[in-house]
Design a protein around this ligand. Structure first.
Ligand SMILES: [Zn+2]
Length: 179
């Protein structure tokens, strides 16, 4: 499907320094070990807000999830030992950084308020309404966690890491790679 010359210079015309060897593989971005994302927004490809936050990403083989069927505790221990990590700093422009923060606070602030409020009030007056408020708060953590997501590792090994979650304008700026 891809007929691009694999030896062509990266399409990006911005100076990325050490980040020039990131590649797109379909919808994924491959970041070689000891490299990082280019300093551009992973949504719209505009220059990213600096400094970009460093994020430590963890990944383990999906096969390990089978251990949950045996014992959750064993899974947690093995996953902690077997997981691989890589530090990267996926960027956001001003607009998308603000949008992400707004989406996060839209869910996380009411989630924390409902959970803490219902715990505090439920101490003195018990009632199903406090339990319900706590549960609603707890459920709001799920969209909150989704809104706070940046990129998600699809695989991490000694060569580098492949990430999901970058949008087309950013993906288009990267040279096409083959795994
Ligand atoms: Zn952007």
């Amino acid at each position: 499907m891809h007929n691009e010359n694999l030896y062509a210079a990266p399409k990006s015309d911005l100076n990325d320094g050490v980040t020039a060897s990131c590649q797109r593989i379909g919808k994924l971005v491959f970041v070689p070990a000891n490299h990082d994302f280019p300093e551009r927004c992973i949504i719209c490809n505009a220059p990213s807000k600096q400094p970009t936050k460093q994020r430590k990403m963890y990944w383990h083989s999906p096969w390990l999830f089978l251990l949950i069927l045996i014992n959750l505790f064993i899974y947690i221990i093995v996953a902690m030992i077997m997981r691989k990590s890589m530090q990267v700093s996926p960027g956001y422009c001003d607009i998308h950084a603000k949008k992400r923060r707004r989406n996060m606070s839209m869910f996380l602030i009411p989630a924390v308020a409902l959970m803490l409020g219902s715990l505090a009030l439920g101490m003195s007056n018990s009632g199903p309404v406090y339990v319900l408020a706590f549960c609603v708060g707890f459920l709001l953590l799920i969209p909150g966690a989704i809104a706070s997501k940046t990129v998600t590792p699809k695989r991490i090994d000694q060569n580098g890491a492949t990430f999901m979650g970058c949008k087309e304008p950013f993906l288009n700026s990267l040279p096409v790679g083959r795994k």
